[in-house]
Design a protein around this ligand. Structure first.
Ligand code: NAD
Ligand code: LMR
Length: 326
């Protein structure tokens, strides 16, 4: 076992996602069975009492890899020396709301947290934003952390990726592990685009195995509206699956992956998506660095959908600019 622990910050640690996330990190799901972890848990002051209870439960699990836990409501202190930061803490939407309706209330959180990471995180910090609207919150944090390289800010679209894999595997009656090269493009909102034309199942394009009408009228809307469907059914937004996807994303960013995965990353002009937003792309990760997969062929439908979801992100960016958040 290596001796120095990875310091990982989790914000909103007393919330629903936090309750699923912390125990998996502490058990080794994120950094592997050889790497000790130190948890740095940030909450707002009124939630510190509830967080105390969660910490008691973490203690009671006697996780061999958990080398320490620090808790607080001061972002600069909690983020001191952190190598990974999972920014989950933010209000979830309620039934009937869009995620973008949270921009003003949640966006502010990411000004202070971006600035605090800029001041006190470790030089190698990797930051993943789960709190909604995740892509634009990540943009706000990134803009407020000018000394941290831009590519260290990601947002979560892995939940959409996992949903898209699951729905396709179900339709075709195959295991999710047979679905390859699937990717979500764009924003974590209902404009997101899961591209089945470049997805492979048994070596064939997934789009050739299903009806085009099913892709357009059922599959894409089901994936895009899954978060809302869960809120309707559960009376609360997805939590265990969101925690699992947060682990998947940071796990792959940390450990590398040959598979194509969906990561929301700062745009660099790839596939004609203009710079200045954080958008989901097919990515691979090597040596701790993600790369947007290049050279994929996109048909006209895919190009239209990708442009439309990028436009949503540009509109969100313009809205937070107007609010003075970036
Ligand atoms: P929750 O309300 O159960 O928990 C949120 C926690 O964040 C609360 O404990 C709250 O006290 C804390 N918090 C609020 N402001 C904070 C701040 N400034 N600093 C630190 N902590 C703060 O919500 P949840 O179900 O855990 O969801 C959290 C966020 O994740 C929501 O915005 C939700 O919409 C989002 N989410 C995103 C995805 C995704 O795929 N990107 C999936 C599911 C949920
Ligand atoms: C999800 O996709 O489940 C989350 O973003 C929660 C939501 O508001 O849909």
């Amino acid at each position: 076992m290596s001796t120095s622990p990875v310091k990982v910050a989790v914000t909103g640690a007393a919330g629903n996602i936090g309750y699923s996330l912390l125990f998996r990190i502490a058990s080794g799901a994120l950094f592997g069975p050889e790497t000790p972890v130190e948890l740095r848990l940030l909450e707002i002051t009124p939630a510190l009492k509830a967080l105390e209870g969660v910490v008691m439960e973490l203690d009671d699990c006697a996780f061999p890899l958990l080398s320490g836990i620090e808790v607080g409501d001061d972002a600069e202190k909690v983020f001191d020396g952190v190598n990974a930061a999972l920014l989950v803490g933010a209000m979830p939407r309620k039934e009937g709301m869009d995620r973008a309706d949270l921009l003003e209330a949640n966006g502010k959180i990411f000004i202070g947290q971006g600035a605090a990471l800029n001041k006190s995180a470790a030089d190698d910090v990797k930051i993943l934003v789960t709190g909604n609207p995740a892509n634009t919150n990540a943009l706000i944090a990134m803009t407020n952390a000018p000394d941290i390289p831009r590519e260290r800010f990601n947002a979560l679209t892995r939940l959409d990726h996992n949903r898209a894999k699951g729905q396709l595997a179900k339709k075709l009656g195959v295991s999710v592990s047979e679905v390859k090269d699937l990717a979500i493009w764009g924003n974590h909102d209902d404009s997101m685009y899961p591209d089945l034309y470049n997805t492979k199942v048994g070596g064939k394009s997934a789009a050739s195995l299903v009806d085009e009408a099913w892709i357009k009228d059922e599959y894409i809307p089901t994936v895009a509206k899954r978060g809302g469907a869960i809120i309707k059914a559960r009376g609360a937004s997805s939590a265990a699956s969101a925690a699992s996807a947060t682990i998947d994303h940071m796990h792959d960013w940390w450990n590398g992956t040959d598979e194509i995965v969906s990561m929301s990353v700062p745009t660099d002009g790839s596939y004609d998506v203009a710079e200045g937003i954080i958008s989901s792309f097919p990515c691979r990760v090597k040596d701790g660095k993600y790369e947007i997969v290049q050279g994929l062929e996109l048909n006209d439908f895919s190009k239209e959908r990708i442009a439309a979801t990028a436009k949503r992100l540009q509109d969100e960016r313009d809205a937070v600019k107007k609010l003075g958040l970036i």
